[in-house]
Design a protein around this ligand. Structure first.
Ligand SMILES: NC(=O)c1ccc[n+]([C@@H]2O[C@H](COP(=O)([O-])OP(=O)(O)OC[C@H]3O[C@@H](n4cnc5c(N)ncnc54)[C@H](OP(=O)(O)O)[C@@H]3O)[C@@H](O)[C@H]2O)c1
Length: 252
């Protein structure tokens, strides 16, 4: 029976790179995201190699998530691996300058969206049992504070704790859960965070060597294809050229 991976946020960045990586290994793909035209072009290209099912989906909408899962064609169930990747950061400004709506959007997507999709797919993953995998995209921001991370970092701390707590409940089902927590990675993420500001994108990624989406996809593929008795709880990945800074101190 073919292995099936369900990817949220497959239209860009890590999710898109995962679609290519799992296709390369012959997995069937369920690709979701809001941008229909990007899903269609992925289906056209990757569908020549492996079975591909696409569904336009906003993970914030729990009813839509349930409907997509219920409508999965027989060939795409049960799900072997779920990659909870859809997410975003907004408003890099300090908390005191942020619009409340941006905080809500991050919580709705990174927290509510994550639990919506997980809840809808747990029955299918349980059916798969041994060797099934949930990979949740956390971030170094979930562990390490930095200015302008506010609700984004807090939402990724939720991802970590939710992943660990899921492991407790899923003990005995054979389902693995991993929080994959990347550092500086080059993707549309930074355009979204800075509302399309190309100069901010160029400044962040310029004159250094960020991770590429393919680097993270390789880690996710590794996690999902380890022997069934091996669970990596959290995998934090930074570019070699990124590290921590000293504490900041306010002085007169
Ligand atoms: N890039 C980094 O430096 C970095 C570092 C650590 C962690 N991460 C995390 O890794 C994940 C992927 O980030 P990325 O770098 O690949 O960013 P990206 O290139 O901007 O991709 C984000 C994906 O999420 C989807 N998405 C956003 N909101 C959605 C919604 N409401 N419903 C469904 N899909 C939604 C987008 O698709 P549509 O717009 O088509 O819906 C897109 O495919 C995110 O969870 C992010 O927080 C990123």
């Amino acid at each position: 029976m073919s292995q099936v991976v369900f990817i949220t946020g497959a239209t860009s960045g890590f999710g898109r790179a995962c679609a290519y990586r799992f296709a390369q290994a012959g997995w069937s793909l369920v690709l979701t995201g809001r941008r229909q035209e990007r899903l269609e072009s992925l289906k056209e290209e990757l569908g020549r190699r492996v079975p591909v099912h696409i569904a336009a989906l906003d993970v914030r909408d729990s009813e839509a998530v349930k409907a997509v899962v219920e409508a999965l064609p027989a060939d795409f169930r049960p799900i072997t691996a779920l990659i909870n990747n859809a997410g975003l950061a907004l408003a890099p400004e300090p908390s005191q300058q942020v619009a409340l709506e941006d905080w809500h959007t991050m919580i709705d997507t990174n927290v509510t969206g994550l639990v919506n999709v997980t809840h809808a797919l747990l029955p299918s993953l349980t059916e798969t049992g041994e060797g099934a995998t949930i990979v949740n995209l956390g971030s170094v921001a979930g562990q390490w504070p930095y200015p302008g991370s506010h609700v984004y970092g807090a939402s990724k701390a939720f991802v970590q704790q939710f992943s660990y707590n899921l492991r407790c409940d899923l003990l005995g089902t054979g389902i693995r859960v991993t929080d994959v927590a990347p550092g500086l990675s080059e993707s549309e993420f930074t355009l979204v965070r800075n509302r399309g500001d190309q100069a901010a994108y160029d400044k962040l990624y310029g004159d250094t060597t960020p991770l590429q989406p393919e680097d993270i996809a390789e880690q996710i593929f590794h996690v999902a294809t380890l022997p069934a008795h091996v669970n990596i709880n959290r995998l934090e990945v930074m570019p070699t050229r990124q590290a921590w800074s000293p504490f900041a101190v306010d002085r007169d």
